[in-house]
Design a protein around this ligand. Structure first.
Ligand code: KMT
Ligand code: NI
Length: 178
C-alpha cells in the first residue's frame, strides 16, 4: 500500500498521478479509511468475523476477464460516488487505486496490491481504477446480500443520512486529536 495526494494532470486515470506528497495511515484513519496488511486469508477471516461480514466473492477486473465491457466498467468505477454501506476490499493479485476525498475535497490516492485490505466507511466519496497494467483480482466482503449501489456525487447527497453520519464521525475523530 502506498498513499499520496493525487496529482491532477491530464494523463490517463490509470497512471500513478503521484504528487510526491505522501499520506500516512494515521491520516487515512482520520478520514475513516482503515488499512490492514493481511498476508493470509485467516487474518481476513478475523476482520470479517469481528465486523459480522458473512459473505464474500471474488472479482477480476481485466480486459481478458471482462471482454469489451472492460473500458466501460473502468470508467464507471472511476465516477465519484458513495455507498450506504462500508466497502471492504482485499487484494489477491494485481494492483489498483482507490481515491478518497479528504476534508478539503482533494483526492488522496491509495495504491493497493496483493495482501492489502482496505475498509472505506459508508458515506465517503471515492472512486476506483485499475493501473496501467489493467489487472486486479480482489475479494469483496459483504455483511448479507451484496449491496454495491453507487450513489454518484450530487449536491442533494449532502442530505443523505449516511453522508451526514460520516461527516459527524469524522469531526468527532478530529476533535479527539486536539
Ligand atoms: C469498486 O468498489 O469500485 C470495486 O469493487 C472495484 C473492483 S474491486 C477492486
Ligand atoms: Ni465504491
Amino acid at each position: 500500500m502506498k498513499a499520496y495526494y493525487y496529482n491532477e494532470d491530464s494523463s490517463d486515470q490509470r497512471e500513478d498521478h503521484d504528487s510526491g506528497r505522501a499520506v500516512s495511515t494515521d491520516y487515512l484513519s482520520q478520514l475513516g479509511v482503515l488499512y490492514h496488511c493481511c498476508p493470509s486469508v485467516s487474518s481476513v477471516d478475523e476482520i470479517a468475523s469481528e465486523r459480522s461480514y458473512k459473505n464474500r466473492d471474488e472479482i477480476i477486473v481485466s480486459p481478458e476477464k471482462m471482454g469489451p465491457v472492460y473500458e466501460e466498467k473502468v470508467k464507471m468505477f472511476f465516477s465519484e460516488h458513495l455507498h450506504e454501506d462500508e466497502e471492504i476490499r482485499y487484494i489477491l493479485d494485481g494492483h489498483g487505486f482507490f481515491d478518497v476525498r479528504n476534508d478539503r475535497d482533494e483526492w488522496v490516492r491509495i495504491r493497493l496490491e496483493k495482501d492489502d485490505l482496505i475498509i472505506l466507511p459508508s458515506g465517503i466519496f471515492h472512486r476506483f481504477t485499475t493501473d496501467n497494467k489493467n489487472y486486479i483480482k480482489a475479494m469483496r466482503l459483504f455483511k448479507d446480500e451484496p449491496k454495491w449501489t453507487p450513489l454518484n456525487r450530487a449536491p442533494e447527497l449532502e442530505n443523505n443520512p449516511h453522508r451526514k453520519t460520516y461527516l459527524q464521525d469524522k469531526s468527532a475523530r478530529a476533535g479527539m486529536m486536539t
